[in-house]
Design a protein around this ligand. Structure first.
Ligand SMILES: [Zn+2]
Length: 187
C-alpha cells in the first residue's frame, strides 16, 4: 500500500549502536527522575525529548532511555512537559531563582570561586569606550549552570557568621558587670 510504504517508520527509532550507547549512558536505568527504575536492555524504550510526531529528530541527543510505563505516560508530550506534569523542576531554572535572592557581593564571591569573569557592557562615548559594571542578571546567567547547592550553602554561611558579631556589640555586657560591685558595697 502506498501510505504504509513511505519509509517514515524506519526512521522512528535510533539504530542499534545508538541504543547501546543510550543504555550505557543511562546506566541501565529509566531516565525519568520520578522513576529511575532499573531496566534490561531488551525492556528499554527509546523516548524522545521532542516527540517524533511533533518534529523531534531521531538522534541520540533527542533520545532518552525510559521504561515501558514511562514511555506510555509521556505519550506525545515533550520531555519538558512530561517533567512539568510530574512536578519535577529543571535544576537550572531553579538555581536561577535561588541566585536571584543573593546580593551582588555574594554573586561576585561565587564567580570568583569558579574563576568566572563577568564583564559588563561596553559603553561607547564620543571620547572613549569603557565597560559598565556587570549587572546582577549577567552574573546569574553565567552562574546558573555552574553553581552547586554546596556553593550556595557556603555563601549563606559566610553572611550568617557576620551577623552574631554585630548583634553582640549591641548588648551592653560591660555595664551590667560594673553594677554588681555597687550592690556588694551597700550590704
Ligand atoms: Zn520509568
Amino acid at each position: 500500500m502506498f501510505f504504509f510504504d513511505n519509509g517514515l517508520d524506519s526512521k522512528r527509532t535510533i539504530g542499534i549502536r545508538d541504543k547501546q550507547i543510550l543504555y550505557r549512558n543511562s546506566k541501565g536505568r529509566c531516565q525519568n527522575p520520578g522513576c529511575n527504575k532499573k531496566i534490561e536492555f531488551d525492556e528499554m524504550q527509546v523516548g524522545h525529548k521532542t516527540a517524533w510526531s511533533k518534529g523531534g529528530s531521531t538522534t541520540l541527543r533527542n533520545s532518552v532511555c525510559i521504561c515501558y510505563r514511562c514511555n506510555k505516560l509521556q505519550g506525545t508530550d515533550s520531555w519538558a512537559t512530561f517533567m512539568k506534569k510530574q512536578g519535577i523542576k529543571d535544576p537550572k531554572t531553579d538555581m536561577k531563582a535561588t541566585l536571584e535572592t543573593l546580593t551582588i557581593t555574594q554573586l561576585k564571591l561565587l564567580a570568583g570561586k569558579h574563576h568566572i569573569r563577568v564583564t559588563g557592557q561596553v559603553v561607547e562615548t564620543m571620547f572613549d569606550s569603557h565597560r559598565k559594571a556587570p549587572t546582577k542578571r549577567q552574573y546569574i546567567n553565567k552562574l546558573s549552570g555552574v553553581v552547586t547547592n554546596a556553593d550556595l550553602h557556603s555563601v549563606s554561611e559566610k553572611s550568617k557568621k557576620k551577623l552574631p558579631k554585630t548583634t553582640k556589640r549591641l548588648i551592653p555586657t560591660k555595664k551590667r558587670k560594673k553594677e554588681k560591685p555597687m550592690w556588694d558595697t551597700l550590704f
